[in-house]
Structure formats: C-alpha cells, structure tokens
Design a protein around this ligand. Structure first.
Ligand SMILES: Cc1ncc(C[n+]2csc(CCOP(=O)(O)OP(=O)(O)O)c2C)c(N)n1
Length: 654
C-alpha cells in the first residue's frame, strides 16, 4: 500500500509529510557524517521542527522572499528540494548552494537567504517586504527566528516598522523553548503573544504537534497578509529533538524523550511502516542517492587572492564644475536629479520628510517630489541600514541616511555581517546596491557623540566602498559616479562642516589642481615650479585645512608640499601616494578621526610595503573625545596650525 493512498488521505498533505521525513532523514545523515568527521564547523538540525518550513512555504508564490537563520536546512529544503546542493554546501564540495562559502548557516536560492546572526535578518526582511509594497505586488517576505532571538533589539525595531508601514511580513517564531543551552523561561519576560500585539501586529499561534492546525494557521497568516497588507506573527510551539548543534544537549534525557514521544512524525512512523514496510527504506535510499550525487563533486577550493599591481596614475586638470553653491545644496540637487532619472532609488532615514528634509536638509523637498519613495523612519539605525540592504536585494538602489555618522555604530552589524557579506558569501557575485550616507566630523560644537569621524572602523570591511566628499570634487558628480554602476554597498562620508561651504573652485597660486580619470577620482595639488619636499595624504574636510596650511608653509617657511586626496578611502589605491613619495620621501597624513589603526596607519604601512623610501613620516589626527565647548573642540581637532607644525617637523632634516 502506498503512502499517498493511506496516511493521510489528503495527497497534498502526504506529500508535505514526505518532505518532512526527507528533511529529517537528510539531517540524521548530516549528524552521521559529522560524527565521521566528514563535515566541519557546525550543523544545527531542525529535527522535530521540519513541518514549520514545510507549512511556511506551502502557499509560496513566485517573488516571495524568505530570510532564514542558523537552523535553516528545513526551510531551504522545503522551498527548493535541493538536497544534493545542500549536501555539497555543508560538506564543502563544489556545486554547493552557496559555492561552499556559506556552509550550513549561509544558504542561498532565488528568494531565499539565511544567515547566522540572530535577529540580524529582521531588517533585511523588512526591506524585502517594503520592496513588495513599493512595487504593489501581492508577495510577502517571511522571516524565521527562534524564541531565544526574542532577546534581540532588531526584532522590536522590525515589528514596529512593519506595523507602522503596513508591510507584508510574515514572522515565524519557532518556539522550541530553548536557546542553545538556556531554557527560554530564563530569558523571556512576560507573554510572547504580547510582544507582537504591543505593536499592533496580528498574532497567531499553532504547534507542530497538530499538523492540520499548523498548515491551516499558515494558510490563514498568508491570507491576512494578502488581504490586509499587514504583518503577521506566527508563534509555532515545537520541540527540538536533537542537540543545539552536533552534540551539545544539556537537557535531561527524560525531557528529550518526552518530546520524541509527542512528535507526530515519530508517532506516525510505526503506522506508516505497518502500511508500507518499504516507506522509510525508500526515504533512506533517496538520501543515499542525493549523497552519492553530491559526492561526485570534488572539494571546493579557492585561489589565494593576490593583490594586483596598481597601474600608474593618469592625472588630468581638475574640471571647472561651474558652480559655487553650497555643498549641501549640490548633494540635494544631485539626489533630485538621480531620483528623477531612476525609479529604483528609495530614500530612507530619520526625519527626512518635508518640510524638515533631514537634520542637515540634504533631503529637502525630496518627499514632495517622490512621496512614496521617501520614508522617514523611527530611530532605528540597524533597521535603516538593513532595510536598505533588503531593498537592494529586491532590485532597488536605496539611499540611506544616518542622521549623524556617530550613529552608524548601530548599523555596523548590518554592514559587516549582512550587506557586505551577501556580496560573496553565497558563492556568487550578488549585487547589493545600497548607499549609506553619514554626516561625520566636528568643528560644529555637537560634542563627543555627534562630532566623530568613525569611518576607520568601516574601512577594513571587505566589499564595502568608503567614499569621502571634499571641498574640491563636486559631490553631484560623485553621486552620479556611484549610481552609474552600483553593485557594492557604499558608505559615503560627508563632513557636516562642508555642508555650508561652497564647492571650492579658485586656483591655488603656484599649484596645479589635478584629478584622476577614475570613477572615484583622487585629487592632487602639485607645485607648478618647485620640486615638492613633502607629501601630504588626507581626505574629506581635512583637505580644506591642508590647503590653508600649504600657503603658510610656503610663505612663512619656504616648504613646498604636494597633496594627495583620494575620494575613495577604502579600498584605497596607494599608487598616487607612492608616486609622490618617490620625489619627496617625506610623508604627512592628516585625518580627523582617532589616529591609531586609521587612514594614516594604512597609508604609511602600504607605502612601506610598496618599498617606498621614507626619510620621515608623521600621522596627524586626534587621540580622544571631542569636547563641545568651542575653544576646547578646536584644541582637540586638527587645526591649520597643527598641520603647519607637522609639515615643519616632517620637512626638517634633524
Ligand atoms: C547575534 C548572535 N548571538 C549569538 C549567537 C550564537 N547562537 C547561535 S544559535 C543561538 C541560540 C538561538 O536560539 P533560538 O533563537 O531560540 O533558536 P534555536 O537555536 O532554538 O533554533 C545562539 C545563542 C548568534 N549566532 N548570533
């Protein structure tokens, strides 16, 4: 007797049970392989929870997005049925679903990604749900999370935003009562149901012990989302039948035994075997077959990346931009032009709507021009960055504003462990075209937490372009260049003190102003007649101070300097500095942030590495917090006089 015609009578449900049994057998095999040393790292099985993924994708529609977590094999297999690809991925073989980069926790399929950072995928799912809303489709974004993850702040930012913005988001809480080794009773205060309800989010409950109830709850959840275009939170009570990962179960055996006894898949085993003695053998043979196919591929390897030699720099005269407007206004005009040209730019940030237009007015009038694409957010920086990433994965090219650069720390995880990781950890060149803008820097009296230049903390992140505006290169052109071919998460540092300054176009007597012909050009200020004695490397607002110091150094001390000011500070092209140092052999780096492990350190290290002879070098920057009192702030931040003094020191022969 075949399974389909017997238990249950509903063929569709029988198929779904079959999928759940296959997932279970697949994961049992993983544990076996792990025990044999054939799998490295970690494997979190969903044994006992398989039906959740099956139920969540039961009414899948093309275009729906799924964001999964560390325990995501079941979600992935229920959606894709790609057992072979997943075996390969987890075993580190070629042809794995994430090219062998992801392993168990970082899986990719069309419309599906998983990541191992608890709670970190909530903002991504918000962005995907927002994309559906902006496009007017009837798709949804679905987020899987465990009950332990209710401790993460992202979850509540997300519930709040999903509710306020009416997002088609399905949150699936897999409540197995434990997080790693800690019972949830020790970490979750109050009632779980009260949490989504506090945000006005629909709450539904079901469990994996009543499969009909589980299936119908998910059908109901999808129905509500389609009808109301509102988020729904489904709590699924369930039991984790195996260890957290591999073999780390701290629960009493009796507790786990009770869960097994209650598990419907386990309970049905004997009935099924009685009806179809071959049923489970066939499942094992299917798994054997998938594994055999997987093993036909060799191990995944990766060539060691070798840094490419940088070509010699070509310099052109700095163009006359023909505008003397303030930099804030130029950026704003640039965004107006970009948003008019392309309908895939959504602008999100705090207080960005008219009439306010953002704390520094960069978003002025944008929401009047594009009311549906400009969104003021709650004070939720992690979500702001993550929503940008979710939108970017869904075909948008969002512009994300962080009100003060200092607050970027709250979005750090979203940049480091999400946006930039997505570029390559799924084993493909995945475009993540999101632009994050941050007003940085001091000189305006905002005090220790609103004046910093913290970009150095982002400059070492692989797959993140960090661009810094300065007073000489037109910001409109820079943003045009960013959007001309945006594939990479891009962080733009805008010194807020520049906003009120005009774009500087006046020539500097005795110097030539040059620019490279690159997407993100580098500026050179080159003495026309004299041989430079010293190279100054700087970026951002420091260029304005360095220019002032150049005059003094020459007029009062007869020291001639050459200035190199890149707009792309990470990854940094070092050749322009190296070329200049061949003449000067003396280097001064100037940055506004804390000195250690920053721009100057990188420039000096790279120049030395390139074999550049250095007679003398110095880094100028700051060492501590930035006070708000005017005089004190100026004492701490680099000044023109500090730069002049440093020039004299580096140029001196003793
Ligand atoms: C931000 C973050 N903190 C901690 C961890 C380590 N960790 C991985 S899984 C896990 C437990 C998660 O519990 P829960 O959300 O209940 O999901 P479950 O494992 O029960 O499926 C922990 C602490 C992590 N991966 N990410």
């Amino acid at each position: 007797m075949s399974l389909m015609s017997t238990l249950p009578a509903d063929g569709l449900l029988a198929d779904r049970l079959h999928t759940a049994y296959l997932i279970r057998a697949f994961e049992e095999r993983l544990l076996l392989l792990y025990g044999q040393g054939k799998i490295r790292g970690t494997v979190h099985t969903c044994i006992g929870q398989e039906m959740i993924g099956v139920a969540a994708v039961a009414q899948h529609r093309t275009g729906d997005w799924y964001c999964s977590n560390h325990r995501g094999h079941g979600h992935y297999l229920a959606l894709t049925g790609d057992y072979v690809g997943l075996f390969r991925e987890i075993m580190g073989l070629q042809g794995g679903v994430s090219g062998g980069h992801g392993g168990s926790q970082h899986l990719y399929a069309d419309g599906f990604i998983s990541n191992g950072i608890q709670g970190g995928m909530m903002p991504i799912a918000l962005g995907q749900a927002l994309a559906h809303k902006l496009r007017g489709t009837d798709n949804l974004a679905c987020l899987f999370m465990g009950d332990g993850t209710l401790g993460e702040g992202n979850v509540y930012e997300g519930l709040n935003i999903a509710s306020k913005w009416n997002l088609p988001l399905l949150v699936v809480l897999e409540n197995n009562g434990i997080a790693q080794s800690t019972p949830s009773s020790q970490t979750i205060a109050g009632e779980i149901a009260d949490r989504p309800r506090a945000f006005g989010v629909h709450y539904l409950a079901c469990d994996t012990w009543d499969i009909d109830g589980l299936m119908s709850t998910f059908a109901q959840a999808r129905e509500i989302i389609r009808r109301e275009r509102r988020p729904v939170f489904v709590e699924v009570r369930t039991g984790r039948l195996k260890s957290h990962s591999k073999g780390d179960d701290t629960r009493a055996a009796a507790e786990v035994d009770a869960l097994w006894a209650r598990d419907p898949l386990h309970q049905m085993r004997s009935t099924l075997t009685a009806q179809d003695p071959e049923y489970f053998d066939r499942i094992e043979r299917e798994i054997d077959h998938f594994l055999a196919l997987a093993l036909q591929q060799p191990a995944m390897t990766i060539a060691k990346a070798r840094p490419l030699a940088e070509p010699a720099t070509q310099w052109l005269a700095l163009p006359r931009y023909g505008s003397y407007e303030r930099i804030a206004s130029l950026i704003n005009q640039g965004f107006k032009a970009l948003m008019a040209e392309r309908d895939d730019i959504a602008f999100i940030g705090e207080d960005v709507m008219s009439p306010y237009g953002g704390a520094f007015k960069i978003a002025k009038d944008l929401s009047d021009l594009h009311p549906e694409r400009v969104l003021s957010t709650p004070i939720s920086e992690a979500s702001i960055v993550g929503i940008g990433t979710g939108l970017a994965l869904s075909g948008f090219q969002p512009l994300v504003e962080i009100m003060f650069g200092d607050f970027l720390t709250l979005g750090f995880d979203q940049l480091l462990n999400h946006a930039t990781k997505f570029r390559s950890m799924y084993g493909r060149d995945l475009p993540v075209p999101v632009v994050v803008r941050a007003p940085m820097g001091g000189y305006r009296g905002y005090g220790p937490t609103h004046s910093q230049s913290i970009e150095k903390h982002f400059m070492g992140i692989p797959d993140l372009d960090v661009i810094a505006l300065n007073q000489r290169v037109c910001p409109r052109s820079l943003y045009q260049a960013i959007y001309a071919d945006l594939r990479q998460p891009t962080l733009v540092v805008e010194n807020k003190v520049l906003y009120t300054e005009p774009l500087k176009q006046a020539p500097i007597p005795g110097y030539e102003l040059q620019l490279t012909d690159e997407r993100y050009p580098c500026l050179r200020i080159r003495p026309e007649a004299d041989r430079p004695q010293l190279t100054i490397a700087c970026y951002g607002y420091m260029l304005s101070l360095v220019e002032a110091a150049l005059d003094i150094a020459f007029d009062e001390h007869e020291i001639v300097c050459e200035v190199i000011c890149p707009t792309q500070i990470a990854p940094l092209r070092i050749e322009p500095m190296v070329a200049s140092l061949r003449t000067t052999q003396r280097l001064l780096t100037v940055e506004e942030g804390v000195l250690t492990h920053g721009f100057g350190s990188e420039v000096i290290a790279r120049c030395v590495e390139a074999g550049t002879p250095l007679l003398r070098c110095k880094k100028l920057g700051i060492a501590g917090i930035i006070p708000s009192s005017a005089d004190a702030e100026l004492q701490v931040l680099p000044s023109v006089q500090d730069i002049v003094n440093a020039i004299i020191e580096v140029a001196s022969s003793d």
